[in-house]
Design a protein around this ligand. Structure first.
Ligand code: SAH
Length: 259
């Protein structure tokens, strides 16, 4: 494996939510051709064994990881930065561009051949399992207040509810952020009916996947964990009974179709 600055590249690769079936052929090829894998360790661990050098790191060091990736690629390595789901959704692609956008970034980083391999995001996988809850206008909000003030999160939730978007929540809860999801449900209960369908899609595409369909009135934040994508319906989101299973959830493509 030679390190020639002319042949190096950096690809930010989306691994999808879990199962190999949801890894794109493009991502699979780029992972196989990489000399180096960089990412949060559970994601690096998901890449099948191979000759690549693995640089697994802990959470919350995204910028360091991005700089390291740019450095290696500028030296001529073929670097795959891996992210769960889609790398452009609350993930590493933005961190790479932040590193590149830094005025002190070396000129060599700007010459790196850079691309992003899309992946299936958690909300798409969760929606597919539940039916079609994202069938009409929707938004995605990360509940993590590590990178933005909680007031901003609350404002977005309130305005999204007012605008009647279906809302997909990422990063709903963690040991370090135990109360935010409950506070988010409380804020939404003031603005949306208690009958509003709520989907808790846990570890979608993983062996321990679980799907719960409930309502805004009944949902308890303790039912979610950090591997859960929460989808909250809009005013016209509906249920369709499904034999032997929880109902399908879908949002019609237009308002007022069924009255
Ligand atoms: N880039 C990722 C999101 C990273 S943020 C994507 O596009 O999916 C991490 C959050 O994504 C988690 O807290 C959870 O809300 C959601 N998530 C990631 N994988 C998931 C899965 N397999 N099932 C359900 N939610 C998941």
């Amino acid at each position: 494996m030679t390190a020639d600055p002319q042949t190096g590249w950096l690809k930010v690769v989306g691994l999808g939510p879990g199962t190999e079936d949801w890894l794109t052929p493009e991502a699979r090829r780029d992972l196989a051709e990489a000399t180096d894998l960089i990412g949060y360790f559970p994601y690096v661990d998901r890449v099948p064994p191979g000759p690549q050098v693995r640089h697994a790191s802990d959470n919350r060091v995204e910028l360091d990881r991005a700089r390291h990736a740019l450095e290696l690629a500028a030296e001529g390595r073929r670097v795959a930065v891996v992210s769960g789901g889609d790398p452009g959704v609350f993930a590493m692609a933005a961190a790479v561009f932040e590193a590149l956008d830094d005025p002190t970034a070396p000129a060599a980083w700007h010459r790196v051949l850079l691309s992003v391999d899309p992946g299936i995001s958690a909300m798409q996988a969760a929606a597919a399992r539940a039916g079609a809850p994202l069938g009409h206008d929707f938004c995605a909000i990360s509940l993590s207040d590590n990178l933005k003030p909680w007031e901003v999160v609350l404002k977005r939730l309130r305005l999204a509810a007012e605008a009647d978007f279906v809302i997909a929540l990422y990063n709903p809860i963690s040991r370090a952020r135990p109360w935010q999801l409950g506070a988010a449900f409380d804020a939404l209960r003031d603005l949306r009916s208690a009958e509003t369908p709520v989907i808790l899609a846990q570890a979608v595409g993983r062996p321990d996947e679980a799907l719960t369909v409930t309502t805004l009135g009944a949902v308890d934040a303790a039912q979610a964990d950090m591997r859960t994508c929460v989808i909250i319906g809009a005013s016209h989101t509906r249920l369709v009974p499904r034999e032997g299973a929880q109902p399908w959830v879908y949002t019609p493509r237009s308002y007022g179709v069924w009255g």
